[in-house]
Ligand binder design. Structure first.
Ligand code: 3PG
Length: 415
């Protein structure tokens, strides 16, 4: 692992800190049931905010004043009312039991006045940085404006570390910096999977999109003892093996016309199977239905040559696969999971995801989960605090585990 510049070793006492956080949270409309769209946005899941509280509390104890900066979703360089940081500031204020003032911008004269007036212990939340087109262009002049009035950067935005933007690599070129506790924990835990895993190391890969996960699988087949495949990911592998998957969700060939790129995921799956047949485990059976919403559900024993009826689709792994995956996981010393095993939002297709996660939890292994929509599984089943580590980085964890170096890293390691 690279030698990070750590917060505890930095001199931050009494300083005005630009705290870079990743509060890219899916907000909800408070009055949705009565149809009053856009009335007031709220934070339905505060995981990403809570994860930064140790860094914030440490900085407050050091007598710092804080300006928090993040982007939220993809407003494409203009102000989008429903993507303001105000609800996030309200939630943080509730969690810290102290005021957090949300500003209407992240640069400019008004913002400068607020930063100048900050006293130790004060917290301001700067507005969604993606309201400015300069952000995604990594405009260095804009990065300088973001830093104005601050003395030091604490970088805790793991989930946004994979982009080269003004508020990531840009600001880190302007002020001295250190990594925050969340960033350090994410990097340390995920590096451990890649560099020094306890064995047996078992990875469970699921979710809807193979395109997001090819890099991780290509890297993990070199590191893990077993990779257990589920979710819609399994459908592409099954198709690559010549099985019929009928109406199942599948990504087979992807053509990016803008870039002139074509990716054949069936070929990629075949290559992965060839490279790691002994380590890649595909489902023995799958749970199938005519539609997700209703009708019969049937187990299809793929390993016994059973076929999916015409027009049906796979929605979860089957009971024998759950048993097999659970046994393998119970013997693991280190287990990593990314993505659900089926359409877990619908109860009758949630069994695979739930049982596989429970097998991880009862294994006594070090358990790490994250990437894509994996965080939401923890919230759905109330498993907060049960896994050794739940990564807060969706796409970022996948890129990290695929072995890609984050562009911010260059500025956050000791020279
Ligand atoms: C995340 O939460 O995963 C990131 O904020 C997503 O960033 P992106 O919009 O650039 O993919």
């Amino acid at each position: 692992m690279q030698n990070l510049k750590k917060l505890e070793q930095a001199d931050v006492k009494g300083k005005k800190i630009l705290l870079r956080v990743a509060y890219d949270i899916t907000l909800a409309e408070e009055n949705l049931p009565t149809g009053q769209a856009g009335e007031k946005m709220i934070v339905p899941d505060d995981t990403r905010i809570r994860a930064t509280v140790p860094t914030i509390e440490y900085l407050l104890k050091q007598g710092c004043s804080l300006g928090l900066l993040s982007w939220l979703k993809r407003p494409a360089g203009k102000v989008v009312e429903n993507l303001r940081m105000q609800p996030v500031a309200d939630k943080l204020s509730e969690l810290l039991a102290r005021p957090v003032k949300a500003l209407k911008d992240c640069v400019g004269t008004e913002v400068q006045k607020e930063i100048k007036a900050m006293k130790p212990g004060d917290i301001i939340m700067l507005e969604n940085v993606r309201f400015h087109p300069e952000e995604e262009k990594a405009d260095q002049q804009f990065a300088k404006e973001l830093c104005e009035g601050f003395e030091f950067i604490v970088y805790d935005a793991f989930a946004q570390a994979m982009r080269m933007h003004a508020s990531t690599t840009g600001i880190l070129q302007v002020l001295p910096s250190a990594s925050g506790f969340l960033f350090e924990k994410e990097i340390t835990t995920l590096s451990h999977l890649l560099e020094n895993p306890e064995r047996p190391f078992v990875a469970v890969m699921g979710g809807a999109k193979i395109s997001d996960r090819v890099g991780v699988m290509e890297n993990l087949i070199k590191k893990a003892d077993r990779i257990l495949i589920g979710g819609a990911l399994a459908n592409t592998f099954l198709l690559a093996q010549g099985h019929k998957v009928e109406k199942s969700l599948v990504e087979d060939v992807f053509v990016d016309t803008a870039r002139g790129e074509k990716k054949d995921y069936l070929k990629i799956c075949q290559d992965l199977l060839q490279k790691a047949q002994d380590r890649l485990q595909l489902p023995l059976d799958m749970l199938a239905a005519e539609s997700a919403e209703g009708g019969d559900v049937r187990v299809i024993n793929i390993d016994e040559g059973e076929h999916l009826p015409a027009g049906w689709a796979y929605f979860d792994i089957g009971p024998r696969t759950i048993d097999l995956y659970s046994q393998i996981l119970k013997a693991a010393k280190l287990a990593f999971a990314n993505g659900p095993m089926g359409l877990f939002e619908i109860d009758r297709f949630a069994g695979g995801t739930k049982h596989v996660a429970e097998a991880m939890l009862s294994s006594g292994a070090t358990t790490v989960i994250g990437g894509g929509d994996t965080e939401s599984i923890v919230v759905r089943y109330g498993w907060e605090g049960r896994f050794t580590h739940v990564s807060t980085g969706g796409g970022a964890s996948l890129e990290f585990l695929a072995g890609k170096e984050f562009p911010v890293m260059k500025y956050l390691v000791k020279k």
